[in-house]
Design a protein around this ligand. Sequence first.
Ligand SMILES: [Zn+2]
Length: 450
Amino acid sequence: MEKLEKIINLAERRGFVFKSYEIYGGVGGFYDFGPLGVLLKNKIKELWLKDILNMPNIYLIETPIIGPRVLYEASGHIENFYDRLVECKSCHKRFREDHLLKGEYGEIEIKDNKALCPLCKGELTEARNFNLMFKTFVGPVEELASESYLRPETAQGIFVNFKNILNSMRAKLPFGIAQIGKSFRNEITPKNFIFRIREFEQMEIEFFVRPEEDEIWFNFWVEKRFKWYTDILGIKKENLVKHIQSEDELAHYAKKAIDIYYRFPFKEDEIEGIANRTDYDLKRHMEFSKEDLTYFDEKTKTKLIPYVIEPSAGVERILFALLCDAYDEDEVPNEKGKLEKRTVLRFKPAIAPVQVAVFPLLSNRKPLIEKAKEVFGIINNSSIIVIYDETGSIGKRYRRQDEIGTPFCITIDFQTLEDNTVTVRDRDTTKQERISINEILDYLKDKLKI
Ligand SMILES: [Zn+2]
């Protein structure tokens, strides 16, 4: 099995990610997150928030998913946010023109000056614009005045709150407004598991700066965000790439953009983009709303329209990158000392969805079970994410935890009943240490760096 297939298989089997509506055949581009997937997503968001809210001038907000048509006229999404769609006249499969041109379906055969379908060699239609926003209507009447859209980015909710934050928080440049939330894009061809999906979660910051300081802050955010992936999430540096967007990759609002790419098993691609959106959005919202969205600079006693640097990250793509980065196979000795193959997710302990597992050595000895539940209770009362497992042999229980990346397994054995110590087994070295129950919390917090 290919590595990618193994990762997807593990993600489904162990409760990270499931296909949405699978009992009805599934709907392309939608995924459910199981218990471990939710834990991992929460960790990603928590660590992102912790990292940016450390800065003194970032304000977190939450805005609706549905926005009126005028919002997306102002933002330029109605006019510009589309992909070029090509359809096969025989098999009716739809393709993104840029994907065909990039060779994602192999070399395209040309016959009589016409491109042929890479799947069935049928004739392809001319490319047409396909807007990626989901349209809906607010209220009972389906008319232009009630036409609305599911947001394609959380950013616009931020821009329309620029004045509110200025006034209510007395914000001074440079400052940022951040938001975590769902966004929606009606992708023509959702693919590569949870990489290109139609409903996803974004973590975005619009960082407002003086126009002349845009370059400095752009570079600041590229470095700060890159470091978050390596130092906080523990993603291997060699698997990350900074990609400078070319002229024709740039979004309609961007002057410059650098993407952080992860080397996925299928190809390297974006997990975060840092864009210089200039004063495009505030200007457009001023024009369409007729509201004054300027900033009064007390230093120079003049009005200005700030520039915006936007770091924008996708939670599901980061989760996918973490799974790929952590996935490993090796051999470890089993209970009889014989080498056995195992699958292990080598998450950095602080990011692991489950951080500690507690086992009684045997499941049919009451004193062991009682003690194990007591230890579980002590850890469960802290901020550490811990689970209890008493089924199967110890070797099997270790394998189960290795496979979901649990860094530490604690076993309560007969010695525990005599001297109140437990064994703590390290996922990566598989070495065990005896630790007193009285010291177990301090020991774990130190190892987990929390
Ligand atoms: Zn075809």
